[in-house]
Design a protein around this ligand. Structure first.
Ligand SMILES: Nc1ncnc2c1ncn2[C@@H]1O[C@H](COP(=O)(O)OP(=O)(O)OP(=O)(O)O)[C@@H](O)[C@H]1O
Ligand SMILES: [Mg+2]
Length: 605
């Protein structure tokens, strides 16, 4: 059972009464339906249902049940005399029964659907919350497509268990148990003998169950890859179109679809094989009865009526089991999804909040890196012993060739990663002793890829924090963004398309700067854009950055000469080491690595 049991305990239990209640309502609906057919027979009282049972033979159990309804009705209505004396009574009763049937069925379905949706949404929310608890490097290992797959399709797969599958399984089990007692009472010896068929059913079903689980798992993985592919194509649509690779993408898509088709067929084969297996076993049972029991009926003291009754009861026992195996297939597929969902829920975040986190100082005085070493893969060191101190109000510029480790270094400060060796200290406390979320509220981050959400400009600047329009406008003004925002059709309420496609690169950066200004963090991390903006944007972004850096502790990956010249200190990073530290003029005069970089980068200045 494993995760199935856990899912039941953790998410289904609160709804189990509702699900069972809903199932009972559906049963009531079915009974009303049964009654209407029974009542129709009152129109032609000569048709004796009891005889019909024998006529249609052993498979007409339904008729038998209805016969007892009729019997009951006969008692209640004085053999239908009341119905026959009043011409309107029967039609009225039938209309009422149809109405009740509809009402019960609707109510029962609604109750079950509601429980199913609620239980699975609780699971999905838990999965989402857990995913956000993961350390940032988790998201490198699990691409967006996979996360979407688990949060959407795996959870949807589970919804079946949370609604009808469970209730139906319970119903079938109850019927099977009742019928089992009946056949045991009629002849326990014969019933035990029938059980030779059990392994014939159990072994293949077990094997098929396992197969369904593994195929469904692979199916979910393949659709995760497909989702990832779609996400990449749609987000990089300009590259796809720019290189005219539509045909190539469609071909790749076709191949991935083919993989899904193969797995889908595999799943269907495993799933629908149970049906012929169950039919075969049923046939074997009937044949066995005819071969072994019929010649010995006299010996056993059975007449043909008793034999037929036994067969009817045996079939009534076998039928729910057959339906259970079909249900089992669906449950197995859901189990594979549950495994995947709980795989994430049970994964401990590698970056834990300490038991007793120290409060993060509101106005920290100094941020220092002490002998910081870092490796992404545990082999190649990207940072090889960095020592660096940034005091409040200072701006430290990181410069250096591509791949020197600048981005890696600044990513350690908000603890997107932790140093492999050495430590980072804020006012005497190791960053690892803080609650990472609290730490991050003190750090403003403006990166090269400025990420915007599909909300209004106002909501993008405020991002998740309640902020008055005045404070948003104030931040936008400081970020030199107010003018262009005011010119947008709906001003601050203009919705942004995905990834900010409706604003220019420079405008986007200024929105991100406004966001950081509104957050007003004491520590600031800037990853300056390398992309050349036009002079006017460049000027505006530059002014915005300067407004942002005022009175903050700033660590900036600098490409702009003006930022570098104004920096308190410049650190030149090369192959993961600080090779030079100093002011612009000092480093230029020294004629080392910085002078070389400067000559390469700014020869035009
Ligand atoms: N997520 C990652 N996983 C593994 N290796 C990485 C990862 N990010 C960066 N690296 C490696 O770490 C090294 C330093 O990369 P980093 O991004 O810190 O350089 P950088 O100084 O910011 O360069 P650039 O100026 O081009 O942005 C590079 O060799 C890079 O291949
Ligand atoms: Mg970088």
């Amino acid at each position: 059972m494993g995760y199935l049991g856990r899912f039941y305990r953790e998410h289904l239990k609160p709804y189990i009464l509702a699900i069972v209640g809903g199932m009972l309502l559906l049963q009531l609906g079915a009974m009303c339906h049964g009654l209407t057919t029974t009542m129709l027979r009152y129109v032609f009282p000569a048709a004796k249902t009891a005889d019909k049972v024998a006529e249609t033979g052993i498979f007409a159990l339904v008729d038998k049940v209805q016969a007892s309804f009729q019997h009951l009705l006969g008692h209640l209505l004085g053999n239908g005399d009341a119905l026959r004396t009043n011409a309107y009574a029967l039609p009225a009763l039938i209309v009422l029964l149809f109405f009740l049937k509809g009402a019960f069925t609707f109510a029962g379905t609604m109750v079950i659907v509601k429980s199913g949706i609620k239980a699975t949404q609780a699971l999905r929310e838990r999965l989402f919350r857990r995913t956000l608890d993961m350390e940032p490097s988790f998201f490198h290992k699990h691409p967006v497509g996979e996360l979407l797959q688990r949060c959407i399709n795996d959870v949807a797969q589970v919804q079946g268990i949370a609604s009808n599958q469970l209730a139906e399984a319970m119903k079938e089990i109850t019927v099977a148990l009742a019928m089992f007692i009946t056949v045991m009472a009629m002849s326990w010896q014969l019933t035990l003998a029938v059980f030779f068929a059990v392994p014939l059913v159990v072994f293949p079903i077990q094997k098929l169950s396992k197969r369904i689980r593994s195929v469904n798992h692979r199916n979910m993985e393949a659709s995760a890859r497909l989702l990832q592919r779609l996400k990449e194509v749609f987000t990089n649509i300009r590259v796809v179109m720019g290189f005219a690779r539509e045909k190539y993408e469609v071909e790749r898509f076709h191949h991935q679809q083919h993989e899904l088709y193969r797995l889908g067929m595999k799943a269907a084969r495993a799933s629908f094989l149970t049906h012929p297996i169950m039919e075969m076993v049923g046939g074997l049972l009937i044949a066995g009865m005819i071969l072994f029991v019929v010649p010995r009926m006299g010996q056993m003291g059975w007449d043909s009526a008793k034999f037929l009754t036994y067969m009817v009861a045996l079939y009534a026992f076998y039928d729910p089991i057959r339906r259970l195996t079909k249900l089992n297939n669906e449950i197995q597929a859901s189990r594979a999804s549950l495994d995947r969902i709980y795989g994430f829920i049970d994964r401990e975040p590698l970056m834990k909040t300490p038991e007793a986190p120290k409060p993060v100082p509101a106005k920290p005085q100094a941020l220092s890196l002490e002998g910081v070493r870092f490796s992404y893969n545990g082999k190649d060191e990207v940072l090889k012993g960095i020592n660096l101190e940034v005091r409040t109000g200072e701006t430290v510029a990181l410069v250096g060739g591509s791949g020197g480790g600048k981005t890696t270094l600044v990513n350690l400060v908000p603890r997107f990663y932790d140093p492999t060796e050495g430590r980072i200290i804020l006012d005497g406390t190791d960053l690892r002793d803080f609650d990472p979320r609290e730490l991050r509220t003190r750090i403003g981050l403006v990166t090269q890829e400025t990420l915007l959400f599909m909300d209004s400009i106002h909501d993008n600047i405020a991002y998740g924090k309640p902020a008055s329009r005045e404070s948003v406008i104030d931040a936008a003004k400081k970020a030199h963004a107010h003018d262009f925002i005011s010119n947008l059709p709906q001003g601050y309420d203009t919705p942004l398309a995905e990834a900010g496609a409706s604003v220019s690169g420079g405008q986007r950066q200024r929105l991100a700067i406004a966001r950081a200004l509104l957050q007003d963090p004491p520590i600031l991390i800037l990853d300056e854009a390398t992309s050349a903006l036009d002079t006017e944007s460049e000027r505006a972004v530059q002014d915005a950055l300067e407004a942002l850096m005022q009175d903050r502790t700033t660590l900036v990956i600098a490409h702009r000469l003006s930022t570098i010249q104004k920096a308190t200190r410049i650190c030149v990073l090369k192959h993961g080491q600080v090779v030079e530290v100093g002011r612009h003029d000092e480093l230029l005069a020294k004629g080392g690595e910085y002078a070389r970089l400067h000559a390469l980068q700014f020869h035009e200045h």
